[in-house]
Design a protein around this ligand. Structure first.
Ligand code: ZN
Length: 477
């Protein structure tokens, strides 16, 4: 029997607000434990939460960017459970009336475009963090994270493979970063995901029993954990057993998921509307003002680049994956119209340098102006493409401009036909056998001769001229 997998993701994105969702404590990551706390986020008796308007603003951005319907009135609910990192004994979340529902994003996977439904987006507060001391039977709790705003983005069970799940997740991350509402930092846990997965006979419309894999904090882990879990469920079925509904944890070291606890049902949490918070009413004006401030989203930007400057779709996808990178590209494009040459240099040498140094484009050692200056030298044949790479490396090392490096090092391309003719003559005189072979019909040897002339001129010869002169001399007997 052939199986197919059915995957839905619940993504938690930490919003980049300055303060927490229901109090004015700072959300800055990395402070000493329990220094960003107050009676509200510590859940002291008698305190009242006050909703941070910015949290709603940011949530609306995401909701609109993913085509969700915004509820004119939504409600916060208490999700009750006991855990030492949850001082109130409940988490304020949204339950039966979330702020946004029924959106979708499109992804491209295995050459197909697929629409992945978004069931709902809701707001909630984060819990604290437990640290377990391996040397003593002690756990410590840090409440700095308690009350930090999150949105949970719940997809429909529309994903069919670990790869699709990874693609969807990357796309979501790109969108929250474009919207500037979440830094998308998976290592620090500000963008993390739980995956629900089940299998069913291929073609069946029924959903199988699902398991939930908790707290996956890298794209690689998501894909690997899902792959493992799908195979595990298939094995269970082949053994004649049944998959049990449970929560599982991914262990990256053993590359396995392990059962953690039986999966809770919603009723286990005894949800009820939070009596301390009024229903959240969002009117049309509020929605309109958020909509008016939405940036151009990656999909639209990619399509525009393909349509207006003829970039291949692949290049446009790479260049628009991060907003600052797309901004850099477009800043160059304003001054330099050869989009494809520009894209080659950004995707090749520039991203290469950034990756090897662990920098993002905002901290690029080469500015848009400097890159354009270099490429103008290439386009006007002042330097060859090969020399340009040398100049580029020098620019990265020294911070000097291309013009300056070319002038100081005497790297300008040799386009003086007298000098080139002399170099060509020398090369031909030194390679009589190849000359004979060429004249006998092995015209592919032209590449060899060009290479020799380039060596003679330390890469500075104008290749177009070299080709012309070579052909002229080789074909004239
Ligand atoms: Zn607080």
């Amino acid at each position: 029997m052939e199986f197919e997998s059915v995957i839905g993701l619940e993504v938690h994105a930490q919003l980049k607000t300055r303060t927490k969702i229901f109090c004015s404590c700072s959300t800055t990551f990395g402070a000493a434990p329990n220094t960003h706390t107050c009676p509200v986020c510590l859940g002291m008796p008698g305190v009242l939460p006050v909703l941070n308007r910015k949290v709603v603003d940011y949530t609306l951005r995401m909701a609109l960017a993913t085509g969700c319907t915004i509820a004119p009135s939504s409600r916060f609910a208490r999700k009750n459970y006991f855990y030492p990192d949850l001082p109130k004994g409940y988490q304020i979340s949204q339950y039966e009336l979330p702020v946004a529902e029924h959106g979708a994003i499109e992804i491209e996977a295995d050459g197909h475009r697929r629409r992945i439904g978004i069931l709902r987006i809701h707001m909630e507060e984060d819990a604290g963090k437990l640290t377990h001391d391996p040397t003593r039977p002690v756990s410590m709790v840090d409440f700095n994270r308690t009350g930090v705003p999150l949105i949970e983005i719940v997809s429909d069970p529309d994903l069919r493979s670990p790869k699709e799940a990874g693609t969807y997740l990357r796309k979501l991350r790109t969108i929250v970063r474009y919207l500037d509402i979440c830094d998308g930092n998976m290592e620090e846990g500000s963008f993390r995901c739980d995956a629900n997965v089940s299998i069913r006979p291929k073609g069946s419309g029924k959903l199988g029993t699902r398991t939930e894999i908790k707290n996956l904090n890298s794209f690689k882990h998501v894909e690997k954990a899902l792959e493992y879990e799908i195979n595990r469920q298939i094995d269970v079925c082949y053994d004649g057993d049944q998959v049990i509904q449970e929560t599982r944890l991914w262990n990256p070291e053993s590359a396995k998921t392990v059962g953690m606890r039986g999966k809770e049902e919603a009723h286990d949490y005894r949800y009820f509307p939070d009596p301390d918070l009024l229903p959240l009413v969002i009117d049309e004006d509020w929605i309109a003002s958020v909509r008016a401030r939405l940036p151009e989203l990656p999909e639209a930007r990619k399509n525009r680049l393909v349509a207006t400057c003829g970039l291949p779709a692949y290049d446009a996808t790479v260049l628009t994956a991060e907003k600052p990178l797309a901004d850099f590209f477009e800043a160059c494009l304003e001054r330099f119209k050869n989009a494809k040459l520009l894209s080659n240099w950004i995707m090749g040498p520039l991203l290469g340098v950034l990756n090897s140094r662990g920098l993002d484009i905002c901290r690029s050692p080469i500015t848009a102006e400097q890159l354009v200056e270099l490429l103008e030298l290439v386009e006007s044949d002042r330097i060859s493409a090969k020399i340009a790479k040398t100049v580029f490396d020098e620019m990265v090392e020294t911070g000097q401009t291309a013009q300056r490096i070319v002038a100081d090092k005497g790297l300008a391309q040799i386009s003086d036909s007298g000098a080139l003719e002399a170099a060509v003559s020398r090369v031909l005189a030194n390679s009589p056998q190849e000359v004979e072979a060429y004249r006998g019909g092995k015209t592919k040897l032209i590449g060899f001769f060009v290479g020799q002339v380039m060596r003679e001129t330390r890469g500075q010869a104008n290749p177009k001229l070299v080709n012309e002169i070579l052909k002229k001399k080789l074909e004239a007997i």
